[in-house]
Design a protein around this ligand. Structure first.
Ligand code: 13P
Ligand code: ZN
Length: 278
């Protein structure tokens, strides 16, 4: 089977293009990765080339759990707007070596580019989430959505504040991200430090906000990671609207008792510390 006929690759292209359509990917902003199943690899591996150089994943970073695994990853400096029309130039498939310290490109990025500069964030997040979910989570998605970014200039940069404010915007938020959202301190992008800090925070959350920059989401499927991103950003837009209209005064909101009732009825595990702190 040709690479571009694979369902996994077609989903990757579809979701990347949805992100572009949402306006979350100005210029080369954002990146996405998907950990392939062995069946998905088998279908298309006849197209892979194993001649490329092994490259370091990042200084003193390794993912031994993923030795021999394959990931679909967007290219550094590549534009999401081009992924649909120029897929083989815009993303690649990489293989992790047997030590988990290096990767090499086996398909794609035909113009000689590299995988995203946020590869450390992606692989460390994959590692944490895969371990935490018994291998179910396969996706890491980073974008630059407008309203979430705006909130990082207004709200205190605390996980409990963002979590409660976003939860209160729509009843579904609590169901979509019952563990809340993490908020990191501002950090320099594209370096190992932000990757390590994000990976650590992903032990508690499926989404981590990078202040004045964007969001990193993880999920079982591409649709789910996109869905979490979309829900957070929609709630953020609603909160920005509330702040604009009333200066932040809410006449009504979802109460701690309401959240407890949802948790009970939907059988949700959630961190109830967020019900008492804001
Ligand atoms: P890349 O083009 O290297 O993926 O970087 C984009 C980005 O959003 C950095 O945070
Ligand atoms: Zn970014």
């Amino acid at each position: 089977m040709k690479v571009l006929e694979s369902k996994a690759v077609r989903s990757f292209i579809k979701v990347a293009d949805m992100g572009w359509q949402m306006g979350w990917h100005e210029i080369n902003g954002g990146n996405m990765s998907y950990r392939m199943t062995s069946e998905e690899v088998k279908e298309i591996e006849e197209n892979f080339s194993h001649d490329g150089e092994w490259e370091d994943i990042g200084t003193s970073v390794s993912v031994p759990d993923f030795a021999g695994y394959y990931f679909i990853v967007t290219g550094s400096g590549k534009y999401f707007q081009n992924i649909k029309d120029y897929p083989s130039e815009s993303f690649c498939i990489i293989k992790i070596d047997k030590t988990g310290e290096k990767y090499r490109i086996v398909w794609g990025l035909t113009k000689g580019d590299r995988p995203t500069s946020e590869l450390t964030t992606h692989l460390l997040t994959h590692s944490v989430k895969s371990r935490a979910t018994g291998g179910k989570y396969r996706v890491v998605y980073h974008s630059h959505p407008k309203y979430t970014n705006i909130l990082t200039y207004i709200l205190p940069l605390k996980s409990e504040v963002f979590t409660r404010e976003l939860w209160e915007m729509m009843t579904e938020c609590f169901i979509v991200f019952p563990n809340g959202v993490g908020v990191l301190d501002w950090m320099v992008p594209c370096c190992a430090e932000i990757g390590i800090a994000t990976g650590k925070m992903m032990e508690c959350y499926d989404a981590v906000i990078w202040p004045h920059h964007g969001i990193v989401c993880s999920g079982e499927t591409l649709d789910m990671a996109f869905g979490v991103m979309h829900t957070i950003e929609k709630a953020a837009e609603m909160l920005v609207n509330v702040l604009q209209i009333t200066g932040g005064k809410k006449n009504h909101t979802i109460t701690p008792d309401n959240f407890k009732k949802i948790a009970q009825d939907f059988n949700l595990n959630f961190s109830d510390e967020f019900l008492y702190k804001k």
